[in-house]
Ligand binder design. Structure first.
Ligand code: HEM
Length: 913
């Protein structure tokens, strides 16, 4: 065990340790190196907690059962602990009876509560406190309730028992003060998942609920307190975190008007193909949007400064150039407006691919809430081969920003023209350029020459074993610092082919279908627990609730990867606060931006005190702390036992790999990062598509019903069902095509000169293979932009063959990759099917694809079996959802994927809410 843990060599007793706060405490304390004595009324669940603590590296765990309502049993327990424990945490408590008021309560229930909640801990303290005082050290913590601080008309006897405990603790605190022994009460209200919450019908939390993990963290805080001071009481109330507010009527109206505007400009080629009627529709939608914004200030540095891309305009000069670029021997590319308010600078750019551009520079000055004045300061016509023609400045004017949000801006200028611009995502940039320029095209990132591929055959040639091109350090090195404080690289981003081979080979057995299948029971438990939480919320809300399903997916996949990778349980499925879930998404967003703008790293280094820089450092530090936790957990595995039992889990494979800690740490980080977000967002996009297509949902419902997997009386999903749910597999496959979470694909570097697609590439060229270009281009697919699951299912022989192949892949354990055996597309040649590469291809393809597909299929089947889905109004229409796409290493929806979940009435399937 690494030195320096908070409770190293200390023995801690926890009562009520089989669940809830007691269980969370056990995990926290195990991490801090404590030996544990876990007590509960029965064995139920207690041994499992003990096993998990051992797996997390706890140096010693003992379990004891004790009926705390029996004074003799309590005294026996207390006597046995004398001289043995350094810390005693009195956590067990009951809420007996009902919520009735004092006039209707049952005295027998009162007696039970007094015995367990007050008299048992009092007896324990009476025995243990003097013993600790004689040693001059120790700590006693009682888990109380805020009902003993603020009492209402109900729960009278329960409150009385907690008052008694609080009083006894406070008095003991005074009595032992100065002896070196600490006594503290943690009073918490409405802890979700506790006996009280369950018995009062609040299981699963609700508004103002506190998670067991929150209480455990408060207790841990007291151990971290300086020895110079003592905490007497900590009171915890729910409602600290802002509850996601339901969208207001104004927000919904704005979202609808925004969608109308985007719909109106669609297919109009930036204004080149606009009829008079369409023009009036666009202007009316823009005016409506401006009015709904209520004249709120739209012109400030934050909202204006960005690189905006033209969506639609009435400006004649711009439309003239776009229409007639071919007269100058070129094609018109994109039109950008680059605004930097701090530098008082605006640049209008019309690109002429591949290397030309017409650039007009202006000085700007903000003149009011909406008005920005500009004055042209120069113009340049940039021609291929580095030639440029300077033109003189020629005028001035102003524009009013009538509407502006994070991604969309509408402006009207001094000549009466209207301009609709948006912020473009990097994946859509790749997609649209590949569509326009075809199989292979060039771009630059700072000084780097980049060649982008949109043809599946070229991509396959680049990623194949034959070429074995290494990943481009210019792009992948940005994540080094996240994966390891010392900059050691993982096999995901290493430049060292030998190191990659070693780790890939050592861990490959963990991803065989036979091995993945062993994680199925864990996956189902985790999925059902998350569904239980959502179902409890729906029940408390009349049967239906709005949920953010990407988060639900991440809570499932994080717990699964934590257990398979390191035998570590994050408990994310309980909806407890989870540091990694908070830290990783914004970090991945930052690293994605760094890969196309390396100057960001420099900015963070130059301005270390900016809030953005501080947050970045803090989050990276949090991740580094967790990598250490995972490392300790992997190293605590009993390898001899694992070898004897033929354990080929990822944890065992990594523990066995002949690598030292400094190299193992980044592998754990890479596996964790690659292994949960990707799958969760794929699940969320598929659920979105299902919710958006009622006919698809109905067909899926019928498929599940036919197998007894739908609604209240459904049987549990089994592993063998996954291969048989052929329509569900088509839906997932199509959704992963249309929303490829690994849109950026893979980026390689030519180590020597090579010929590709007839072009000679010099050594050092970066070769970018954005998978989105393969997966969504109309060069490769019929109805490329449509969600069309049926493309994967032929009614006749092809479907039967595909299902058989799939059965073999997921059930047969022959090691074949499931994507290779999934249905083939309708009406396309096999060669076109090669465009379907959501997991990349070749020796550096996704090692986790079997796990990912099993997870996605099982979660979709379970959620659909338990809920009917609808798209929440706050999502807006498809155009709005597309506008909210964002690449944060994975492709996701900026605002989350909010769906209405209507419970199908199945009872909870897990013990804990
Ligand atoms: C739907 C979910 C997933 C998708 C779409 C996906 C996609 C990909 C893609 C496209 C690559 C190649 C990246 C590159 O070349 O830069 C990749 C690599 C990788 N993936 Fe996944 N992945 C998914 C889930 C997972 C899971 C669940 C795990 C782990 C348990 C995982 C672990 C990895 C690792 C370690 C690599 C690097 C392999 C190497 O370089 O040899 N992925 N993934």
């Amino acid at each position: 065990m690494p030195a320096g843990k908070l409770l190293e060599n200390q023995t801690v007793l926890i009562t009520g340790a089989s669940r809830g706060v007691g269980e969370c405490l056990a995990h926290c304390l195990a991490h801090e190196g404590a030996r544990l004595i876990l007590v509960a009324e029965s064995d139920d669940g207690l041994k499992e907690v003990a096993e998990r603590c051992k797996a997390e590296g706890c140096p010693g765990v003992e379990v004891q059962t004790c009926d705390l309502s029996d004074p003799a049993a309590v005294q026996k327990l207390a006597d046995g602990m004398k001289g043995k424990v350094d810390v005693a945490i009195m956590n067990a408590g009951v809420f007996a009876g009902s919520e009735e008021d004092v006039l209707k309560g049952n005295p027998e229930d009162w007696e039970r509560m007094m015995k367990i909640n007050a008299l048992a801990p009092m007896r324990m303290i009476r025995t243990l406190a003097p013993d600790m005082c004689s040693k001059g050290k120790g700590a006693i913590v009682c888990i109380g309730d805020v009902e003993a601080v603020h009492t209402g008309p109900r729960h009278a006897a329960y409150a009385a028992s907690k008052y008694a405990l609080r009083g006894f603790c406070k008095s003991t605190y005074e009595a032992v003060r100065g002896s070196g022994v600490r006594v503290m009460t943690v009073s918490a209200g409405n802890i979700s998942g506790t006996a009280m919450a369950e018995e009062t019908g609040k299981a699963g939390g609700g508004q103002g609920a506190i998670e067991p993990q929150d209480v455990a963290e408060a207790v841990m805080l007291s151990f971290r307190c300086s020895p110079n001071c003592v905490a007497e009481e900590i009171r915890l109330f729910g409602g600290g975190a802002a509850k996601p507010a339901a969208p207001s009527a104004e927000e919904l109206a704005r979202a609808a008007a925004r969608s109308r505007l985007l719909d109106a400009v669609k297919d109009q080629q930036r204004g080149l193909k606009t009829s008079k009627q369409q023009r009036d529709e666009v202007l009316a939608a823009a005016a409506e949007l401006a009015e709904l914004q209520g004249g709120a200030a739209t012109t400030d540095a934050d909202s204006l400064s960005a690189t905006w891309q033209l969506v639609w305009t009435t400006e004649k000069e711009t439309l003239f150039i776009l229409e007639n670029a071919r007269w100058f021997g070129t094609a018109a590319g994109e039109v950008y407006q680059v605004i930097d308010v701090a530098e008082q600078y605006l640049q209008n750019v019309i690109t002429f691919p591949l290397e030309g551009a017409f650039i007009v520079d202006s000085d700007i000055a903000i003149e009011g809430d909406q008005r920005t004045a500009f004055k042209f300061s120069g113009a340049t016509l940039q021609l291929p081969l580095g030639r440029a023609l300077s033109l003189p400045p020629f005028g001035q004017g102003w524009f009013d920003t009538i509407y502006c949000d994070d991604d969309l801006r509408v402006a009207q200028d001094s000549r009466g023209d209207t301009l609709v611009v948006n912020v473009q995502n990097v994946h859509r940039f790749f997609q649209s350029n590949s569509h326009k320029y075809g199989a292979i095209w060039r771009m630059r990132i700072l000084n780097n020459k980049v060649v982008v591929l949109g043809d599946p055959r070229l991509v396959l040639a680049v990623v194949s074993r034959k070429n074995e091109l290494q990943k481009a350090p210019e792009i992948y090195d940005t994540v080094d610092y996240l994966f390891s404080p010392t900059g050691r690289r993982s096999f995901f981003n290493t430049h060292d082919a030998e190191e990659w081979r070693l780790v890939r080979k050592s861990t490959a057995p963990a991803f065989s279908l036979d091995n993945i299948r062993k994680a199925f029971p864990l996956l189902m438990r985790t999925t059902n627990e998350v569904c239980d939480v959502l179902a409890a919320r729906a029940a408390a809300n009349g049967g239906e609730v709005e949920a953010e399903v990407a988060e639900a997916g991440m809570r499932i996949t994080l717990d699964v990867i934590g257990q398979t990778l390191a035998g570590y349980d994050f408990h994310a499925r309980t909806y407890a606060r989870c540091e990694l879930l908070e830290a990783i998404p914004p970090l991945l967003a930052e690293f994605t931006m760094r890969s196309t703008n390396p100057l960001r790293a420099l900015l963070h280094a130059l301005l270390p005190f900016k809030q953005e820089s501080r947050l970045f450092r803090q989050r990276v530090k949090t991740c580094h702390k967790w990598w250490d936790t995972l490392l300790a957990s992997v190293r605590s595995l009993d390898l001899a036992a694992a070898d004897a039992g033929g354990d080929t889990s990822l944890r065992a494979c990594l523990a066995r790999a002949p690598i030292k800690d400094d190299l193992l740490r980044p592998q754990l980080a890479a596996y964790l990062v690659a292994g949960f977000e990707t799958t969760a967002h794929s699940i969320a996009w598929a659920l979105y598509e299902i919710a958006s297509h009622p006919e698809v949902q109905a067909k899926l419902g019928a498929e599940l019903a036919a197998r007894g997997l739908l609604g209240p009386g459904a049987r549990p999903l089994e592993f063998s069902d996954l291969a048989e749910l052929s329509y569900l597999n088509c839906v997932l496959k199509e959704s992963m095509r249309l929303h490829p979470v690994a849109s950026s694909g893979t980026v390689r570097k030519a180590d020597k000169a090579l010929t590709l697609g007839g072009y000679r590439l010099s050594a050092g060229t970066i070769i970018w293979c954005p998978l989105i270009s393969l997966l969504t281009s109309s060069h490769n697919w019929e109805r490329a932009e449509d969600f069309w699951p049926e493309r994967w299912a032929d009614e006749g022989a092809a479907a039967a063959a595909a299902a058989a192949a799939q059965r073999q892949a997921l059930g047969g354990g022959d090691g074949a990759a499931p994507c290779a055996s999934a249905p083939t597309p309708l009406g396309h040649a096999a060669q076109v099917a090669k465009s379907y590469l959501p997991f990349s291809d070749g020796p550096r393809d996704c090692i986790g694809q079997n796990l990912a597909l099993m997870e996605a299929r099982a979660v979709l089947a379970t959620m659909l079996g338990r809920f009917e889905l609808s798209v929440a109004p706050r999502m807006g229409n498809r155009e709005a959802v597309r506008g909210a796409e964002v690449m944060k290493l994975t492709l996701q929806c900026k605002t989350g994927i909010h769906l209405g979940l209507k419970s199908r009435g199945r009872a909870a399937t897990s013990d804990s809410p």
